[in-house]
Write a protein that binds this ligand. Structure first.
Ligand SMILES: C[S@@+](CC[C@H](N)C(=O)[O-])C[C@H]1O[C@@H](n2cnc3c(N)ncnc32)[C@H](O)[C@@H]1O
Length: 209
């Protein structure tokens, strides 16, 4: 428990209500925040995948996006996921990825331990952690990514709209997901724009630690 427990508890509870309050487990879209299968959005997010490898989705919901990559990327993908909603991880283990139950764990991204040099691709929405936790979490993610691997930052449109408004109030310009990241990282990002999702790709080089 620390001073941020309340922040994460409130956020987890409000997401749980959206995803799980009226869901007996038969709806596999809701635990990821969707009402319809987001084929186009998932295809955009999948664009940086260009070889076989292990993919970690931080805030994986029930693992549906990982399943999409496994099915449609054309590469051999090993999925890993972390989410702080237990029901979503149970659905990932039992329904969506029954071949990989041990690769999915319940946890808060802000406090997770990640094995170093393990993943070829890591997906992360910077909004999922409190701004005070962003820097330490980014350091862990960079360490967890293999040299030559990619970190794919993304934020969905509804969140970006809220952040733009908060940004205006704080006199900070937030136009895309890259604006949420440290300046030194921003210069190295490849930008992918889509009306429903903002994406930034960071390739880890051997010197990053
Ligand atoms: C919009 S859903 C995205 C699910 C999936 N990645 C996709 O694109 O379909 C965001 C997920 O992040 C999880 N999440 C948000 N903040 C988190 C945190 N601090 N720790 C763990 N999971 C978090 C939520 O529970 C939710 O399942």
């Amino acid at each position: 428990m620390d001073m941020y427990s309340d922040f994460y508890e409130k956020r987890r509870n409000s997401l749980w209500k959206r995803y799980w309050r009226d869901n007996d487990g038969s709806d596999i879209l809701k635990p990821n925040g969707f009402n319809e299968y987001p084929c186009e959005v998932y295809n955009q997010l999948m664009k940086p995948i260009d070889r076989d490898g292990s993919v970690l989705d931080l805030g994986c919901g029930n693992g549906l996006f990982l399943k999409h990559i496994m099915k449609y990327s054309g590469y051999k993908i090993t999925p890993y996921g972390i989410d702080f909603i237990e029901e979503s991880i149970r659905q990932a283990r039992e329904l969506i990825h029954p071949e990989y139950p041990e690769n999915f764990r319940v946890g808060n991204i802000a406090y997770m331990d990640l094995e170093e040099n393990k993943y070829d691709y890591v997906y992360f929405d910077p909004y999922s952690v409190h701004s005070s936790h962003l820097e330490p979490v980014l350091n862990k993610i960079i360490k967890a990514c293999k040299p030559g691997g990619k970190i794919i930052f993304y934020t969905y449109r509804d969140v970006l709209i809220v952040l733009k408004i908060i940004g205006i109030l704080k006199l900070k310009l937030i136009r895309w997901v890259g604006d949420l990241l440290p300046r030194e990282m921003r210069n190295r990002l490849e930008r992918i724009d889509h009306p429903d999702v903002s994406i930034a790709v960071y390739r880890k080089c051997g010197l990053d630690s």
